[in-house]
Design a protein around this ligand. Sequence first.
Ligand SMILES: C[S@@+](CC[C@H](N)C(=O)[O-])C[C@H]1O[C@@H](n2cnc3c(N)ncnc32)[C@H](O)[C@@H]1O
Length: 543
Amino acid sequence: MAPNLRPRKISPFLDPGLKTSPNALAIVQLSRDNFLPVYLQEPKGEVDGYAEGAVINTRFGSFPHSTLLNVSWGSQVRASTVDTGSRGRKRKRNPVITEDVQDGGGGADTGEERKSVKKAVVANSGFIHILNPTPELWTTSLPHRTQVVYTPDYSYILHRLGARPGSILIEAGAGSGSFSHASARAVYSGYPDTDPEAYGEDVKLENGTKTSSTQKKRGKVYSFEFNEVRYHKMKKEITDHNLDGIIDLTHRDVYNGGFLVDGKSPEADCVFLDLPAPWDALPHFSRKRPETLPPVMTVENGDGGKNTNQDWISPLNPSRSTHICTFSPCIEQVTRTIDALRKHGWVEIDMVELSHKKINVIRERIGMSIAQEKGSSQAPRDVDEAVARLKEVNAKAHDFHSSGRKGTPRATATANGDEEMDLDEEDELDNGSTTQANENDDTQLADSTPPWLQGRLVHRTESEIKTHTSYLTFAVLPQEWSEAQEQAALETWPVGGKTTKVIGSLGREARKQEKRQLLQGKKNRQREKDQNDTQKKEEIPPV
Ligand SMILES: C[S@@+](CC[C@H](N)C(=O)[O-])C[C@H]1O[C@@H](n2cnc3c(N)ncnc32)[C@H](O)[C@@H]1O
């Protein structure tokens, strides 16, 4: 029998490939901060009255899915002129079907597919960019079911938790899945049902032999959510995003049910709690049965069964220290959490609040000859340019008055690009005058320098700090350390005895002890000397 290597579709969050593909999630970027998640569909026939198949309608134009498929991630895609065909008529004829396909981009199958699909025709204006899904883009575009953890917070949290490929992370509650997606990417080190040999599973080969176990650990997120509606929505998203096996979602109230899965310990290396009362969940993370729980407590395990805590199973990895982060919006929750953390033996407790600002990096084009457009500023570049422009305007005013005309002179542009004087309303002295000539200057500049290199590179921070999201409380629960482990460590790394002393290798206590001994030796020598001196004095006979 061949090794149990099942081909599987890797989540686009983990490996998006080079191009968009049918039925996969893609993120449509409409403008800088406006993203739309879409499951792209192969055009099979008319959808919602559109002859081109499923269509995304935006204020930047219409985009049939067919134009977004099999293109490289990051591509700019032009809008199309779509054929709405029999859309209006069909709605009247069959309102039930129309309901199903309200969302032109959602792609519900109407069952009224036409065999032929109309080819999309490029429109005159409008475009979008098609981006591969990432946890960051998902956070900004996901359907919000709750408050979510945003990128600045979760990137810091995952770093402090030490989440890395192969880590086991417990998360509660799952909410809208923003943190779940980011943590899944952080811990991912392969799917459970692929490459079992590398992950220490017994693999039967064709000749019937078994490979040896390598005991490599696969990263996984054990996520818990007690709201049933959110649980089901999140479960579907995990499957749609091919994250089954990377995120293991359980429907449970963790305050009562704890964190075991099917009665077994996830052996977590790190924990993230985004719950209203994290202190109620903390007793479940004890390494030994906590005293705060009654001696025997039967708890529902969320899978229809019950666990008793008589034989305490800790959900934590026994061979490593566990890192925790709790996410609470108010300081009262933080102090209560810290109380509970201390009570349950957590150490290195600290609290952090992130206040982030975006830094916009842009090329700023300044000068009187710059056309008015985004990122440009029509101000004199320097004093010379300002003086030259004033001289130009004065000369034109002089010419105008000497010609005997009345009114206020205004610089306008002729078709050939030269400026000439014109009459205008008295009060309208043109000082901006975006002229054809100026645009020509700019075109010349643009000809010689690529647009992305024009202007001065500047960065500006946002003036406002983003409003408070939450306080992050971190702590560590040390690994349990037995006498036998201490003995084994001493044998591997002997301390004291005949070992050679290395400068700087002594601990604080040892250094103190060494100083005390030196001091004592000095005192002893001084005492001996004093005694000798006294003796000598006594031996000298009086004169
Ligand atoms: C603020 S949301 C979490 C958002 C999530 N971290 C994200 O980034 O999308 C808090 C979630 O905790 C869940 N929750 C509250 N108490 C719970 C409990 N005792 N057990 C499990 N989940 C709980 C709520 O249903 C809610 O969905």
